[in-house]
Every structure is written in C-alpha cells, then in structure tokens.
Design a protein around this ligand. Structure first.
Ligand code: CP
Length: 302
C-alpha cells in the first residue's frame, strides 16, 4: 500500500467495507479477533507521529498480529547505521508487514527493494499519506453517504502536504471536484493543469464546499519563508467563525491533526469542529485494521 494514486476505486470501496465491519470490534469488551494471528508487523517510523503510529499498533494488536515498534531516535541510526541497513537487519527477523513513515519518497521506494514483507506507507515526505486519505474519505462517506460528486476544499500548506496529494487522488476517483486554497507560495503551480481549481480567497472558496479539509502548516518542511508571519497566515487562511458562517450549514470540516489552534482553525470553533476531527482519529483505527487485513492476508501490494 504505497499510495492512493495507483489504488483502483474498487479497492478503496473494499477497504471501506472492511473498515465498517471492523469498527464494531473496538466496542467489544474483548477487542481482539484472530485475523492476523501468527503475523509480525514492524512499525518503522523515521518521523514523529501520534495518530498514525498508535493506530497502526492498535490495529495490528486487535487483529492479533505481533507488533514491534521501531523509533528512529532510540535506534542505531543514532550510531550512523543507514536506513537501508536498518531495514535489511529487521528483514532478518522475517516480518510480514512493515509500516513505514520516512521523510523522503525516494527512501520509501528504495526500501521496497530490500524486503520480502508487505509495505504500508505511513507517510513518505510530501508525496503520499494513503491511510490518512482513506480515513478522511471513509469519514466523509459515513457522514454524507458517499464521496461521490462532492466539492472538496483543501486549505493551507498544499505544497508540503502528503495528505492533500493523497486526498486529491482519492476524491477524484469518485468524481469529486477539488478546490485548493492557500497562499500562492504554498499552492504548487501545476495543480490547475491537472484540472483542479485553485482559489486564493478563502472567504469565496468556503461558500460552495461540501467538505473543508484544513491542513497543518508544516514548518518542519519549510526551508524558507513562505508567508510573512503565522499571524498573517491565519488572518488570510485560518477557518474563523466569520468564514465558517459563509459555508454551507452542513459542510464537514476535517483536519488530519495535529491541529495548531488559532493558526489553521480559530480556537473558538473547537466545540464545532473537534468532534469530527476526533471521529477521523477513531475511523483511522478501523481503516488501518482493514488495510493491514488486506495486505496481511492477500500478501500483495494494494
Ligand atoms: N495525521 C497524522 O499523520 O498524524 P500523526 O503525525 O500524529 O501520525
């Protein structure tokens, strides 16, 4: 599962269907089924994570897989071992699935050459974050009935966002329209050419949207100043009560997390938007159970 770009719509629908059936497991007193018993999963995170890492770990455990968590900061990477040698050494333990988050897409694709295990991409640089898009789309389809023919507005740091790219690929498979909005310095030039609408005025952009995906400002990936200040950014591109009042009453507001309140979303909207953002996190567990079950039982790249 390396990305949404190459994932057929039917595979996405199959994951949604599995995720729906797996949701119930997490409400049981004994939250475990033997679906992946005997399988071993290594969570290999070279970048920080809360939601993705813990939900993959829980997803694997709820399917009865054995899980090893690898944290770059406490590993032999600190002694100079390379990422590829790290994977080759872990490969010696015969894992079935690697869940990998890494800072560059080239590194993820290089790692695929050094393991027989299935690989699930948990975020590769600014390229893709497929399970985030799947959980976003699953959340939308649970709330609105489907992801079909919607207007999906993605706001903020598009340039550095793997979440934006995966969602663009995903929603377009369901004939949804994508509108990108952010400072010109953070919206890539080639987007319009791909048939995606670009809008720089958030006040106007929110009006027709069925779904508004607010993105985190990824300061850790910004090598130069893309806007004058965070204050200036939030003045133009934060979701505020005034802007939300212009949107459709039933518009969904999503955020992949972590949220920088008052930068991307005004904190006075927390009561309105946080429940659905937390529902995204909850759905992420079921979606990741579905993805692990698919790769763990079919033994193939989705
Ligand atoms: N949305 C997301 O990927 O969050 P984490 O970085 O906490 O995993």
């Amino acid at each position: 599962m390396l990305g949404i770009k190459a994932l057929p719509r039917e595979e996405i629908e199959a994951i949604f269907s599995l995720a729906k059936s797996f949701q119930e497991i997490s409400t049981r007193e004994v939250k475990k089924v033997p679906a992946l018993r005997g399988k071993t999963l290594i969570n290999l995170f070279f970048e920080n994570s809360t939601r993705t890492r813990t939900s993959f770990e829980l997803a694997a455990k709820r399917l009865s897989a054995d899980v090893v968590n690898f944290s770059a900061s406490s590993s032999s990477l600190a002694k100079g071992e390379t990422i590829i040698d790290t994977v080759k050494n872990l490969e010696a333990y015969h894992p079935d699935i690697f869940v990998i988050r890494v800072g560059s897409s080239a590194a993820l694709y290089a790692l695929t050459q050094h393991t027989e295990a299935s690989i699930v991409n948990a975020g590769d640089g600014r390229n893709e974050h497929p399970t985030q898009a799947l959980l976003d789309m699953f959340t939308v389809s649970q709330q609105l009935g489907s992801c079909e023919k919607l207007k999906v507005l993605i706001v903020g740091d598009i340039l550095h966002s793997r979440v934006a790219r995966s969602n663009m690929f995903g929603f377009r498979k369901f004939a949804s329209q994508i509108i990108l909005c952010g400072p010109p310095s953070l919206v890539p030039f080639d987007c319009a050419e791909e048939g995606i609408r670009v809008e720089y005025d958030l006040d106007a952009a929110v009006e027709s949207a069925d779904v508004i995906i607010m993105l985190r400002v990824q300061q850790e990936r910004q090598t130069s100043a893309f806007f004058p200040s965070l204050r200036e950014y939030s003045k133009n591109y934060a979701l505020t009560p005034r802007r939300l009042a212009r949107a459709r009453k039933d518009a969904l507001v999503l955020h992949p997390g972590p949220v920088n309140w008052d930068v991307e979303i005004h904190s006075s909207l927390k009561w309105r938007v946080h429940p659905l953002i937390l529902k995204q996190a909850e759905n992420g567990l079921a979606v990741r159970m579905a993805v692990l079950f698919s790769v763990g039982t079919k033994k193939r790249t989705l």
